[in-house]
Design a protein around this ligand. Structure first.
Ligand SMILES: N[C@@H](CCC(=O)N[C@@H](CS)C(=O)NCC(=O)O)C(=O)O
Length: 219
């Protein structure tokens, strides 16, 4: 059995970013489902591992790491045969980090600020400003892509995996306008060609979208 254990729930975009990364690295791992709706992430056992009570959580032979962005970087640094997914070159790494922080603080947060109130507190009325945050985030992503196939240039990195896991879920709030954001559409199409993409990201994203879309009312 592998020493790597990933705790998660497949509707979670950051969990799916970790699944995509584990897959890209070809790593064997054990997946432990944490049912957030049943409050399993607030059990004493889970809180002892991650006091922030979030998934994904990685346990690598006793090393406990949470936040998907920290996890994907750690996995590449520790296990990848090359540094392509997370370059060692300082400038390239800084560019990848910038996109990772963009996902962590802007893209995913635009979604989380709507989904958490709904899932945890049944808040289905969504102020227009919160939806505007989603469209603004789409806009930034479109700009970042520029003329490049990936978010930091010519090669796929962990920043693509994190941003794509989130971007594929944004339709829960706001459908991707493919006329306004053709580069995002083409990039997601490119990412969707990754082996096992359906299993690692699409299925969970569709489940997530199905749970939210139609239940939210913009006010
Ligand atoms: N920045 C974190 C966000 C993690 C996060 O918000 N996870 C959600 C599920 S999508 C969660 O565990 N929520 C439960 C909670 O915060 O109590 C990451 O990238 O891992």
């Amino acid at each position: 059995m592998s020493d790597i254990v990933l705790y998660g729930m497949d509707i979670s975009p950051p969990v799916r970013a970790c699944l995509l990364t584990l897959r890209a690295l070809g790593l064997a791992f054990e997946y432990k489902e944490v049912n957030l709706f049943a409050g399993e992430h607030r059990s004493p056992e889970f809180l002892q591992k991650n006091p922030q009570h979030t998934v994904p959580l990685l346990d690598d032979g006793g090393a406990l790491i949470w936040d998907s962005h920290a996890i994907v970087c750690y996995l590449v640094d520790k296990y990848a045969k090359t540094d392509e997914l997370y370059p060692k070159d300082l400038v390239k790494r800084a560019q990848v980090n910038q996109r990772l922080y963009f996902d962590a603080s802007i893209l995913f947060m635009a979604l989380r600020n709507i989904s958490v109130p709904y899932f945890l507190h049944n808040v289905s009325l969504v102020p227009k400003e919160k939806v505007n945050n989603v469209s603004e985030a789409y806009g930034h992503l479109e700009t970042f892509l520029g003329e490049s196939p990936y978010v930091t240039g010519d090669t796929l990195t962990v920043a693509d995996l994190c941003c794509a896991a989130t971007a594929a879920s944004l339709a829960a709030v706001l459908d991707l306008d493919t006329v306004k954001y053709p580069k995002i559409a083409a990039w997601l199409e490119r990412i969707s060609k990754l082996p096992h993409y359906t299993e690692d990201n699409l299925r969970g994203a569709n489940k997530y979208i199905g749970m939210l879309k139609g239940s939210l009312t913009i006010v």
